[in-house]
Design a protein around this ligand. Sequence first.
Ligand SMILES: [Fe+2]
Length: 467
Amino acid sequence: MASPSDNRLDLTSGLLGTHVEEKSATITWQDGHRTVLPTLYDKSGHNVCEEVDIPIIKFLSEFPISTPESASWVAHVPYEMLSHDTMLDVIGKALSINKTIVIRGEKVPQRSEELTADFLDKRFTISKHRPVCIHDVMMRSCDHVNMKITGTIGSFFDAMVDSTRIQCILDLPLAQTSLPDQLRNIDHGLAYGWSQTTHRVPITSKVHPENFMVRGWGILHHAGYLSYPHHNAEGTLTWLRMELGVKFWVVFRPKNHRDDRKHLQEFVTRLVDFTNHEEWVRKHCDAEVIVLRPGDIVIMPPGTVHAVYTPVPSFATGGHFYHYMCLHLTELARYIDSEAADSTTNQDLEHALETLRRMMIMVPYLSLRTVLYKRPLLGLCIMVTKTEEYRAKGSSKQSAAKSETSQPSRDVAEVIMRKCFRLTRKLRPGAVMRIFIYLCTVIFIILSAELSPPKATGVSGIGVIYK
Ligand SMILES: [Fe+2]
């Protein structure tokens, strides 16, 4: 462990009495980082963060800090490695076996800049007058469903130096992304699904303009904000880049039964309600803590359960996307959401199915360079043919509604399931569970094969896709 006198490890200085309560307690993480614990007093002088926030942060701080040497399910990639031609495939492969990616060391010219409303305006064209939805910790302590207030970027920054407020803004759509150039094609939903299928199937239904205009989002936090354990909606992958500040990004994993869907579902639902299931969670849950500083990038596979503690004022950019190599994990995450999304995720993504359908339509047209594996391909086929079974619990019927892509995507899926998986209509009379059993067999075969990477042939038409 590094010396506690290391200034870089002390994340409390300059905050006490200004950004956070002067008497805030502190906590030391496994690598020696010292941070404040959130403190907000109610009218009777009670710290409202003591019931939920602080027990979770203490739990998070018990887990090891992820390093290139220690990491078990986090792959650390030096920034310079991104220039290798094959790096995108290597990252895709690591994500497909459920590894979170951390990319360190990008040079950020503005690293010494302060987090201010002017910084956001100058760097990201976010006006300080724009209305925003603000999540408020004091309100969350009373009612975790109704925890939002309306304000502006300017009012949020005013509250940043008010030690009686801890807040965050989770949804600042950005027209530009800040992923490194080498990763710009990692979003297969956009690069293939939306960009290359509109000639074959023109867009005629109402599609939210965010599909094309918004390439990512910004998130803005006061010091002391805890994002509770959750997984992101609709089985998307998530990337995030720290712009200013520090985050303790914690990824969870079950200790055992990792292929058992019911256990995974129970794992997520108990973890999101940590304080009522602490004993069970401690018995079944493992985790790794990724410390993110400016320039660091994290990319999570679909369905990764994570919690994030932000101990200093911070701004990060990020985005959600789909990837052809990870669609089996997308299928699993959406399966879990279909029964528990109202408690396990933190947002709605109504356009998800439309993106998946267009990725299916694109399959026959993919070039030989694009690698497809059986397991994710079968996952995609199931999701576009059994759309209702994968509608997130609590979401609107519209999210699984028919559109111009429904039939073409089903047609492609039918051919693939018949030709490649020997699944005919007769064999699957609407029984999605039967397909799951088959899927489990495929998973077993492919897991065995993963020890020596599968020989994936490329794609040049549906008939020659798979090995
Ligand atoms: Fe998240």
